[in-house]
Ligand binder design. Structure first.
Ligand code: FAD
Length: 291
């Protein structure tokens, strides 16, 4: 199918894009990489009267380190996350996770801002942003506001973004030298959306685990922080028995739905499997055998 007819605007400044959004209201839709929006238009799931193209706005582009934070412009393409030495140094979790997002062709066009605003519950980047404690800058008619990643994602394809707002940038706090990460996902084929996945960070204080933050995707309506499981391990030396107990606690943290591919029960089972593997990766020196 072809997209329904729409008007098209290509502002060259953020102020211009905000003005266009204010003028056209609900009839307008922002377009970034188009990798989620264009299929939705072609399937006639959406019929906006006008598309406002963000691709010509320089202020939304670029990766930099500012005041000890990694700053990602919302129009940063997936491929830049994959290749940037700055990302590898300051947020290696993102560099690892992005290789699981779709295929090279999609990663060449897709943007981090579009991915986060689309808020697919099976998406990798939202879970990474929550694990990394990122902050999002949203620009609107009354100026800017900053929202922590874990408050941005509200539900299935639902975020805190207002209809008159644009996500402009993502700030990732700089990792301490002590921070470790692990990323795992299970998918039927490489490049498919995950059946279930985990993105997690932790620190080790000697052989004691601290600040373990496991965040699951495709395991609930939005990135799911596994606080119960983390509390079993935080402040303790990780042992196989403790990791097993933490994995058991995931039933209190996750609320997956079943679908045509996989039941909710199997999703929880697989979440426990990847959780144990993730902890084993975080602390290889503990000799925990991943199943
Ligand atoms: P667009 O499609 O242009 O926009 C998406 C939505 O975000 C729209 O509602 C748009 O209005 C809004 N938006 C865009 N930018 C902004 C902004 N700055 N401020 C406010 N709103 C904005 N994604 C995954 O995470 N994992 C996968 O495994 C995966 N596999 C895929 C496989 C295929 C075959 C395809 C086609 C896509 C896949 N995707 C996957 C989606 C892909 O990552 C998209 O790039 C991403 O979801 C949307 O980014 P985009 O820049 O293309 O946004």
């Amino acid at each position: 199918m072809k997209a329904p007819a729409f008007d098209y605007l290509a502002p060259t400044s953020l102020a211009g894009a905000l003005a266009a959004l204010a003028e056209h209201g609900e009839a307008a839709k922002l377009i970034a990489g188009g990798q989620s929006l264009v299929p939705a238009l072609n399937l006639r799931l959406l019929a906006p009267g006008i598309l406002i193209d963000l691709n010509g706005i320089g202020e939304l582009k670029g990766v930099s380190v500012q005041n000890g934070h990694l700053r990602l412009g919302a129009m940063t393409r997936h491929v830049e996350l994959e290749r940037s030495p700055v990302i590898r140094q300051h947020a290696p979790l993102l560099a690892e996770a992005i290789r699981h997002v779709a295929h090279p062709a999609v990663r060449t066009r897709g943007t981090i801002g579009g991915n986060l605003c689309h808020a697919d519950p099976a998406s990798e980047l939202p879970a990474c942003m929550v694990a990394l404690g990122a902050w999002f800058t949203l620009a609107g008619p009354d100026g800017e506001r900053r929202v922590p990643a874990n408050a941005f994602f509200k539900g299935v394809y639902e975020t805190d973004l207002g209809p008159d707002e644009i996500l402009t940038a993502i700030e990732v706090p700089q990792a301490g030298t002590n921070r470790r990460h692990a990323f795992l996902e299970l998918a039927r084929r490489s490049g498919d959306y995950a059946l279930v996945g985990i993105s997690c960070t932790a620190e080790m204080d000697g052989d004691i685990m601290a600040r373990l933050r496991p965040v699951f995707f495709a395991a609930g309506p939005h990135p799911m922080v596994a606080d119960h499981a983390a509390s079993v391990l935080n402040g303790r030396k990780p042992t196989a028995a403790l990791v097993q107990a933490a994995a058991a606690a995931l039933a209190d943290d996750l609320s997956p739905e079943g679908d045509l591919q996989i039941s909710a029960h199997t999703r929880i089972h697989l979440a426990r499997v990847i959780f144990r593997r993730a902890v084993a990766r975080l602390v290889p020196e503990a000799g925990l055998d991943g199943p």
